[in-house]
Design a protein around this ligand. Sequence first.
Ligand code: GLA
Length: 434
Amino acid sequence: MHLAVLLFVSSLSVATFALDNGLMRVPPMGWLAWERFRCDIDCDHDPKNCISENLFMDMADRLSEDGWRELGYVYVNIDDCWSSMKRDDKGRLQADPKRFPGGIHKLARYMHDRGLKLGLYGDMGTHTCGGYPGTTLDKIELDAQTFADWEVDMFKFDGCYSNATEQEQGYPLMSKALNATGRPIGYSCSWPAYQGGLPPKVNYTQLGEICNLWRNYGDIQDSWDSVLNIINWFFENQDVLVPAAGPGKWNDPDMLIAGDYGLSMEQSRSQMAIWAIMAAPLFMSNDLRTISSGARSILQNKIAISINQDPMGIQGRRVVKEKSGIDVYWRPLSKNASALVFFSRRNDMPYRYQTTLGKLNYTAGSYKIYDVFTEKTMTLKDSTTFVVSVNPTGVVMWYVSAPAKRNLRQFYRGGRLQGSVFDDDENAVPPVFL
Ligand code: GLA
């Protein structure tokens, strides 16, 4: 009896410690400086591209004026190399005064005035990866309070120059410290990436309780090789990673690099499609001032975004890996819908892949298909053989609506048989949001 009470009380207290900041119920979206702009601090010679308040204000202007914000891209995230090499006389971090003369607080206000949010970067070791001041264990509360005072909305906590023991203390401590400020601050943890990304070293149950998102794996670079390497790792380990994700807690395969130099249009669509299947955070790292219209339309594809942002928040899986070099990915979506991606690893020519929905585990019925990138629709029975033509390193992506069901209410309306009526709501194509 006493034991039962004790167990009940202790389970309550465990529940209290879970990260419950109500944030990021769908994967966060926005822009992040690192992959494209790195640690360019040479504002004298490269004023347009150096890490400075101007760069972040420019990106904020583009997000709010070029249709990004309305699609959900609201975070403007500063990465490494923003700070001064020295803390201030009260021991607080401070922005580099030359490159951020207005300071971080003013930049946060700039974002908020435009319906955007500001993200900031720190590191739980002695130094950031770029060599700037870190947030050692003794500084965690002070720094969390400083970020809250600046009205920061998201914080990425990197792990350079710290060891496994320090990380075990530091990541949960920062979670508590951020919550204790009373300001909702989305919390991105790089912890698993520093511990190989897999159990037993990584505890995904704990991460889901203390972080909103986490980097599992190495840094993305501006190349198809890098994207493919990330895709391979995430799906080879899907049995570990898929159950870890859900509303408020996401695996982060790193930034979208469409609009940069390394990916073709096919490859940009592939990254967008597979990141949507993975329920991945969508942080672009590109130059929104000069982005091509091709890359922009891929990143602004409403259906790909709505698949990524599905409220059930179930991360998708690879369901087929063919010897021919075709992979099929599948993600269950709300309203009994789903998404399918056919991806080609081939390097020769478009490949005609033949299958049926039944072979892809769909139950009997008639499905409406919406092709995400060509915007064509069709209807397919589970048993119908179909062929998709998948370009080298490219994808075909489908939104698949629930099978048409007989609507019994309508069917028997007025107590008389009305004929064969299908429920159009359930079978609607597709959920264009906003
Ligand atoms: C690490 C992180 C990157 C980036 C750099 C900054 O490599 O994984 O995402 O933040 O540090 O130095």
